[in-house]
Design a protein around this ligand. Sequence first.
Ligand code: CMC
Length: 428
Amino acid sequence: MSQTVQLIIDNKTYELPVITGTEDEKAIDISKLRDLTGYVTLDIGYKNTGATKSAITFLDGEVGILKYRGYPIEQLAGQSSFLEVAYLLIYGALPSKDQIKDFQAKINHHTLIHEDMKKFFDGFPSNSHPMGQLTALISSLSAFYPESLNSVQSKEDVDLTIIKLLAKMTTIVSWIYKKSLGHPVIYPQNKYDYVTNYLHMTFGQRTEDVVIDPVVVDAMNVLLILHADHEQNCSTSTVRIVGSSEANLYSSVSAGISALWGPLHGGANQAVIEMLEKIKADGGDTDKWIAKAKDKNDPFRLMGFGHRVYKNFDPRAKIIKKACDDILEKLGIDDEVLEIAKRLEEVALKDPYFIERKLYPNVDFYSGIIYRALGFPTEMFTVLFALGRLPGWIAQWKEMKENKEPIGRPRQIYVGAVDQDYVDIEKR
Ligand code: CMC
């Protein structure tokens, strides 16, 4: 028998259906609430609102579980490649050997970007923030590849747009990096797999064939897999809501990139390294900075700590912390900020302020240290998060379309002025 809950308003009882997910998550379905009662719900920041039913990613923040399509993140990070995970997220199942070969071949076929787009790219100042460039370049793909604009796309057009976006993203991201150095861009080479091709365009040179260290390829695969999806976070919700107006995939993802940029979301990885550098320059007194983070009169927050949904630990942070130790050791790098990060974590995890508020290191706490060890400048970190999150955004946009979800349009509680009469400007 289907479960319901009772809501009593002004002595009248209403029955509301309960929806149960496959992992036994329960929700009260309030979609008819306003029609039935005249009331809406208020949940600023959507802390308690399910915006959709999704079959892509499950996470349990109380126990620290993250799964893509039912597969634990630990297994995927340990055993699969980023491209396999992208396929899994977007198409719903792990690919066979033939499917992944075909997927890679299709992507390789589209890695070049229109040369006219390069003229537009050349116009950005070389010191402009990579995220500003990325959001503009991804949105502008719709101008160069107009088949994406049909609001009711055929399945073939949707599939082609997905492949083009995955393919061109690596080229765009690596070119933004090259530009920051003032170096010439490197063109893609179809002999490489997805991640190696990206690293080739990033660290390769025009004059010689640079062999990418397999340690770096593996590290990149793990980092990208850990970022690949995270259910209805700020940027993904943005992608879904923009797409719900039937905006094309490129502009929907571009909006997601803008949402990711903020330091409370993906921008935290840049903010963490800047914070660690500041602590280092200040003498490395972690107790002082922990005290600042706890002081309500001080705007300083411990970046890379806390999460809206993880209240035990972030399983991605656990994997990243270990990967960070391994990679730095393999590359023979001794980074003082890693020691500061570990000291901060140790002190914070014993401190009642952080324990009571369930604040733990999140995915961004250690990822920046790895990116740095791999040779990326700080301002590129959030762009790398975007590269990893791309399959998740695509999968969520595709699911939203396939489920034929209505346009996203929340309500509000109006608290402004009531009935004012216009006063001529001369009389104000
Ligand atoms: N340092 C110090 N205090 C904190 C921190 C922090 N990093 N995070 C939360 N708090 C305190 C906050 O002041 C509040 O205290 P009180 O109850 O006394 O007012 C309490 O903990 C709850 O915080 P909140 O801001 O209400 O929680 P939220 O769910 O709205 O915010 C968050 C989550 C991630 C935005 C927040 O923890 C934060 O700002 N963290 C630092 C930024 C960061 O690392 N962001 C990356 C998130 S992971 C990557 C991603 O998926 O985006």
